[in-house]
Design a binder for this molecule. Structure first.
Ligand code: PEP
Ligand code: MN
Length: 334
């Protein structure tokens, strides 16, 4: 059960609501986010929800039977839009495009990609500065100095930044230089990282774990929401299956299912999803047809030279084609 509280509920009324919930036999957890105040009540007893709904300071009560509650569609009537500031909003039902290199490498690379994004009307650039690499000997990213350089150039170009945070101690270091944190597949169940991201005033793009179920993804999102941050995006980036012909299996089933289960926007990552350059465009188009609210994909001027994920990086011509076709398709698919 989710009890939505009035913003200005008095402490006395709050304690009264919590007491009534406990008296029914439910465990009450208070959740204060940047947008609202709730009590998440867990229990199984049947009771008349009006007994809670009529209490002073309560604005609404909803029964939510899912294991995840606050990210569930069962209580939130309006789908969530995520605001990155300066008029850049990821809207449910829209098509927000985010593109950039797998890893930030150099100033020249950043400048060229920014110019490509501006030319194609893209407002959000992706890129890793801390890279989660399978081998400790592979390129690990340019780190915080590289992020600062990127941030300066992106601001000049009027482009927002989404970048992966690997560890709790990077959250603060990165804070002033990103517009949205990305949680990667390898960290999808790093609960201490998720809890800390609940405390920051920046949106979070949460990727599905490589072997994560949708329920696990939603529970991870619940960790962030319940620790205070409602500005969340879910991202399908492919799962590991027995198939060896491509890097991952982009599970597009996840798109309509997540959209039915949750009010959060759903983003598709066709680059990691299939991991094969020539198949990124068809899978991006398929993502649009499946109903995603946005795409995140990897691009570079000379893909073969990328330090990481070269095999799935699109060149600027391929990127421009993908952008044009996905936008045209969205018009039809709407
Ligand atoms: C990335 O976006 O470059 C990345 C490492 O993604 P994922 O966590 O989905 O593997
Ligand atoms: Mn990558």
């Amino acid at each position: 059960m989710i009890i939505q509280l009035e913003e200005k509920i008095s402490e006395k009324d709050y304690l009264e609501v919590a007491e009534v919930v406990r008296a029914i036999g439910y465990k009450a957890t208070e959740v204060k986010t940047q947008q609202g105040r709730y009590i998440v009540a867990i229990g199984t007893k049947d009771f008349d929800i009006r007994s809670v709904g009529q209490l002073a300071g309560v604005s609404d009560v909803h029964r939510v039977s899912d294991a995840y509650k606050l990210v569930s569609n069962k209580w939130k009537v309006d789908p969530t839009s995520v605001d990155l500031g300066d008029g850049v909003t990821i809207r449910t039902g829209g098509l927000s495009l985010m593109a950039g290199p797998c890893a930030i490498e150099s100033e020249e690379q950043v400048r060229k990609i920014l110019a490509h994004l501006v030319e194609n009307g893209i407002q959000i650039m992706r890129g890793g500065v801390f890279k989660p690499r399978t081998s400790p000997y592979s390129f690990q990213g340019v780190g915080i100095e590289g992020l600062k350089m990127w941030h300066t150039l992106a601001r000049e170009a009027g482009i927002k930044i989404v970048s992966e945070v690997l560890a709790v101690d990077q959250i603060e270091t990165m804070h002033d230089y990103v517009d949205m944190y990305q949680v990667g597949a390898r960290n999808a169940q790093n609960f201490s990282l998720l809890l800390e991201l609940g405390r920051v005033n920046k949106p979070v793009l949460l990727k599905r774990g490589m072997s994560g179920t949708l329920e696990e993804l939603l529970q991870s999102a619940e960790y962030i929401f319940s620790s205070g941050n409602e500005r969340l995006l879910l991202c399908e980036r492919g799962i590991r299956t027995f198939e060896k012909s491509y890097r991952n299996t982009l599970d597009l089933n996840a798109v309509p299912v997540l959209k039915e289960k949750s009010h959060l926007p759903v983003i598709v990552d066709p680059s990691h999803g299939i991991g094969v350059r020539r198949f990124v465009e068809p899978m991006a188009l398929a993502g649009v047809v499946a109903g995603c609210d946005g795409l995140i994909f990897e691009i570079g001027e000379v893909p073969e030279k990328a330090y990481s994920d070269a095999q799935q990086t699109l060149d600027f011509k391929e990127s421009a084609d993908l952008i044009r076709k996905t936008r045209a398709l969205k018009e039809i698919a709407l």
